[in-house]
Every structure is written in structure tokens, then in C-alpha cells.
Design a protein around this ligand. Structure first.
Ligand SMILES: [Zn+2]
Ligand SMILES: [Zn+2]
Length: 347
């Protein structure tokens, strides 16, 4: 075991504090990563506060990890010391269920092993990326292309893949009208990626306060959902709507914006149900779907796509001691568009 510095939540209600945690020895198939940056995802906050169910403490979160390989196990073939790498929302899966064998291990029927607050294969609780180092089995480690700086790459490992996967699955591209609901950490990446895929992109945001940013990041149109006229003007318009909002919205109003055979995909996760009127679907053979992160293969494809198209996350870099303040700002949607912790400040 190796002792490393980290920021951990001591309980559901206390602020995160600087502490130390143990990382396992590098096994034959493991990679040791010196973390350079870790993104702050809304899920981190839900998790440490016990809002998605009880967890054990202390808990280190963070599943948007970018850094450098500093050691590899004897049987590792995919990564070498010095490689630029990333780790996202999962660090393992059963590898034998139908979904794992299909290369969709994010949907592992036995539950993928989350990067934090999850029971690891050795029975310990996984600890995430707000930490100087992490040990991860090699096939759950991604290659970060040279073209993407570490701090802008980190959020791609969750916010990037969570939006890339449904955009790719539902064939966003030339001739397709895509709407993105919400202009936060996920939404701003959905705009950039959908635009890079060649789709016509519309942002649906509560207000027009981020309109300039939205257009700069690749949106063709930008509408305020607080204006009821938006819903009449855009009725029957979109092939695909990516809903990134994790609060309850009037889902039937958004479904009415889909054209024939259109799909609304939720990637934001409100704790409460979203009541769907089936009549909202009948009228134009619409679908209401969900999508969770993406596979390792697809995450690599997303990183390579972003490098090729010169896109990455818009970030605000902070020091470790600013994490608690950053959490409050995330809850107020006061971030453009992702906080990323400079892990060098933990030393
Ligand atoms: Zn996340
Ligand atoms: Zn599985």
C-alpha cells in the first residue's frame, strides 16, 4: 500500500478536508497514475452528501481524472511510463456478462465498478480523483491525445463521454437538428460535440445569459425556455434532444419539440420521477430515452474525436482548498463550465 494525499468528505454534512488515503500496490495488470487535474462533477456532490444513497466515510470523489503514468505492472501492455492518460467514471466491470462481452461495460449486468464509492474487486471502497495518485487496471485507462491539455481533457472523461455517447448512438450529424437542454458542464460539451459532428445545434436554456458563449461554442440557435413562445415556435423541430438538466423539467413540453421519429435522451439525473404523458409520444412516434456515460472503447473514440476537431472543455482551474467553495458555486450553476482541481496544489 502507498499513502497519498487527497481531499475527502468526512461525512455527509462536513466540508471536504485534506487528508491521506491508501492506494493498493501496483498489481501485474495495474497502472499507477500521477494525477495532474481532476474535474468537479455534480455527481461528486450528490455522492458525498449521501443524496444518491448512503455511503461510507471518509470518501474521496472525482471521476474526471487526467495525469501521467508513473509505474506499470509486469503484465501491462496498453500503457507505458510517461504516457498521458485519463480515468473516467468506472475502473472495472465483471467482463463476462452479455453487456460486457458486447463492449458496453458501462451497462455491466453485475454493476460496473465506479471510480469512487463503489465496492472494488478486492472488497475495498474505491476512492476517486481528488488525490495525487490512483491505481487502475490497465484496460480502464484511456489515452489522452497530445493535442488536449490535461486540465481541458479531465472533464471529457465524464461530461464529454456522457454527451458524446448519445449523440453518436442517435446519429447526430449533417442534416440532423439537435437541441441541447441546459448550458452547464454537460450541456456545453454537448454543443461542441454535436457541432463538430456536423449537426444543426440549438441550445434551450432557462435564460439568454449564456447565449454569447453558446454561439461561440458552436450553437446555431439559442432560445430561452422561460419564454413560452419558444415552445410554440419550435414545435416538431428536432431529431434529437439531449436533456442535461438534473432538475425536474416539464418533459412533455420538450417532447412536443421532437419531429417525427425524434428522440429525447436524458443524461441529467433528477432524484424525482419525470412524468411522461404517453400522448406526448403518440403524435409523432417519439421516443423518450436515457443514456449513461459510455464504454471504454467509445470514450477513447471521443477523446480522439475531440483532439481531431480541436475541442475540449471550458474550465476554471482551482486549488484544492477551493473545492468546498466550488461546490457551492456548482449548486448555483455559477461556473463556466467545469471546475478542475490543480492536483499540484495538494502537495
Ligand atoms: Zn460525472
Ligand atoms: Zn459485466
Amino acid at each position: 500500500m502507498t499513502t497519498v494525499t487527497a481531499y475527502a468528505a468526512p461525512s455527509a454534512t462536513d466540508p471536504l478536508v485534506k487528508t491521506t488515503i491508501e492506494r493498493r500496490e501496483v498489481g501485474p495488470k495495474d497502472v499507477l497514475i500521477e494525477i495532474a487535474y481532476a474535474g468537479i462533477c455534480h455527481s461528486d456532490i450528490h455522492t458525498v452528501r449521501g443524496e444518491w444513497g448512503p455511503i461510507s466515510y471518509p470518501q474521496v470523489v472525482g471521476h474526471e481524472i487526467a495525469g501521467t503514468v508513473t509505474a506499470v505492472g509486469s503484465e501491462v501492455t496498453l500503457h507505458r511510463v510517461g504516457d498521458r492518460v485519463g480515468v473516467g467514471c468506472m475502473v472495472n466491470s465483471c467482463r463476462e456478462c452479455e453487456n460486457c462481452l458486447a463492449g458496453e461495460e458501462q451497462y455491466c449486468l453485475n454493476g460496473n465498478t465506479g471510480t469512487y464509492a463503489s465496492v472494488d474487486r478486492d472488497g475495498t471502497i474505491t476512492q476517486g480523483g481528488y488525490s495525487t495518485h490512483i491505481v487502475v487496471v490497465e484496460d480502464f485507462v484511456l489515452r489522452i491525445p497530445e493535442a488536449i491539455p490535461f486540465e481541458a481533457a479531465a472533464p471529457l472523461l465524464c461530461a464529454g463521454i456522457t454527451t458524446y455517447s448519445p449523440l453518436a448512438h442517435w446519429n447526430a450529424g449533417p442534416g440532423k437538428r439537435v437541441a441541447v437542454v441546459g448550458m452547464g458542464g454537460l450541456g456545453h460539451m454537448a454543443v461542441k460535440i454535436a457541432h463538430a459532428m456536423g449537426a444543426e445545434v440549438t441550445v434551450l436554456s432557462q435564460t439568454l445569459s449564456k447565449k454569447d458563449d453558446g454561439l461561440r461554442l458552436g450553437a446555431d440557435h439559442y432560445y430561452a425556455t422561460s419564454d413560452a413562445a419558444t415552445f410554440t415556435e419550435l414545435a416538431n423541430t428536432f431529431d434529437l434532444i439531449i436533456n442535461t438538466v438534473s432538475a425536474v423539467i416539464d418533459i412533455n413540453a420538450y417532447l412536443s419539440l421532437l419531429r417525427l421519429n425524434g428522440t429525447l435522451v436524458s443524461v441529467g439525473a433528477p432524484a424525482e420521477p419525470l412524468p411522461v404523458q404517453v400522448f406526448s409520444l403518440f403524435g409523432a412516434r417519439r421516443s423518450f430515452a436515457g443514456s449513461g456515460i459510455g464504454s471504454i472503447r467509445e470514450t477513447q473514440e471521443m477523446l480522439d474525436f475531440c483532439a481531431e476537431h480541436g475541442i475540449a472543455s471550458e474550465v476554471e482551474v482551482i486549488a484544492g482548498e477551493q473545492i468546498n467553495e466550488a461546490y457551492e458555486r456548482v449548486l448555483r450553476s455559477d461556473v463556466r463550465y467545469r471546475f478542475v482541481i490543480d492536483i499540484a496544489t495538494l502537495a
